[in-house]
Design a protein around this ligand. Structure first.
Ligand code: ADP
Ligand code: MG
Length: 326
């Protein structure tokens, strides 16, 4: 169809079309479609690469985040894609397109935050590009990392009967954004969850080293959408139990005022937690004690994703996951 608009096919429809134009390469173990590409090397490690854009007005608003925090967040969300494969980050590359009137000290604050965050994960800023933008501030980050050959935790390994786990808590970042959009000031905890997320690198590394996960990704668009990617890649379905979703005290407090906020934990986005499947049913209690993982559901053979209320009835989420063009 010639007159089809981007809104009609959505972000993921466009990516599928690009994917169809691309052939494989001998050096590529995995190309488009996962959190990172995987490239063979002449040693026992594979090279992981991922790239992300952050655009002012789309991904951030300078009123609500300091430039230093924006630098930290730009590094962390990219490193999160390395964590999502179970890898360790090594080098980051930073492209910045700046409006000419931004004060230099703000850009220095940005790079200070970016470098500090990068170094906190034992990675380094290794290059980039800088140019003028006639519109918004635009940030492009590429990260390279590595993982033991054959051990990367991909999206296509979930099997029927696997348990589904998620790290940390869900919905905090989306709740903070919703409050900011409504002109309210989120409390410190919620704002930090939105402005300075943490990449779960150490957890990803443990899962690889102990070979505990069958599939994994990081939650950037909400678990409904992101679990959907695992289901599609693995050719399976899933059931999630609403009552098991891990929620922070701050999120629960807001939920008491407005029950509809629960959908932010399912489809809010920007959690940057790890969502994984494992054949083991009790990862958190025994195998990975001290790790912050909650079991939220099970992989099943029936296609699709069902969210169940405590009484077994079906829950309908009123939001779709985040799609840039949806
Ligand atoms: P993530 O949320 O983990 O960053 P995305 O949903 O942005 O992943 O992208 C899904 C997959 O599509 C990734 O493998 C990514 O590299 C690939 N991708 C996205 N946009 C493009 C593009 N314009 N060209 C090629 N590959 C793309
Ligand atoms: Mg990802």
């Amino acid at each position: 169809m010639h007159n089809e608009k981007l809104q009609d096919v959505g972000e993921f429809g466009l990516i599928r079309r690009i994917q169809r134009q691309v052939g494989g390469g001998d050096h590529l173990v995995l190309g488009i479609g996962d959190d990172c590409s995987i490239q063979r090397q002449d040693n026992s490690w594979e090279l992981l690469t991922s790239t992300d854009l952050l655009i002012e007005g789309v991904h951030f608003n300078r009123q609500w985040i300091s430039m230093e925090e924006l630098g930290r967040k730009s590094a962390a969300v990219n490193i999160s894609d390395i964590a999502a494969m179970g890898g360790r980050p090594k080098s980051l590359f930073l492209g910045v397109a700046c409006p000419g009137d931004i004060p230099v000290d703000e850009l220095e604050s940005f790079s200070r935050g970016f470098v500090a965050e990068t170094n906190a994960y034992d990675a380094v800023l290794a290059g980039g590009d800088t140019c003028r933008s006639l519109g918004p501030l635009m940030i492009s980050v590429t990260v390279q990392g590595e993982v033991e050959s054959g051990r990367a935790i991909r999206r296509d390994g979930a099997e029927v009967g696997d348990a589904i786990y998620v790290s940390g808590t869900l919905g905090d970042s989306a709740l903070a954004l919703q409050q900011l959009l409504a002109g309210k000031q989120p409390n410190r905890y919620l704002l930090a969850r939105h402005n300075t997320p943490t990449a779960r690198v150490a957890l990803g590394r443990r899962l690889v080293q102990e070979q505990l996960a069958s599939s994994m990704l990081d939650v950037s668009d909400g678990i409904l959408s992101d679990l959907g990617h695992i289901l599609e890649a693995s050719g399976v379905g899933a059931e999630i139990e609403l009552a098991r979703l891990p929620l922070s005290d701050e999120f629960r407090a807001a939920l008491q005022q407005d029950g509809s906020l629960l959908d932010l934990a399912l489809a809010g986005g920007e959690d940057y937690e790890l969502l994984l499947t494992s054949p083991l049913k009790n990862l958190s209690e025994k195998t990975l004690s001290s790790v912050d993982l909650t079991r939220i559901g099970t992989i099943c053979s029936q296609p699709g994703l069902q969210v169940k209320n405590q009484d077994g009835s079906l829950y309908r989420c009123s939001r779709g996951g985040f799609d840039h063009f949806g």
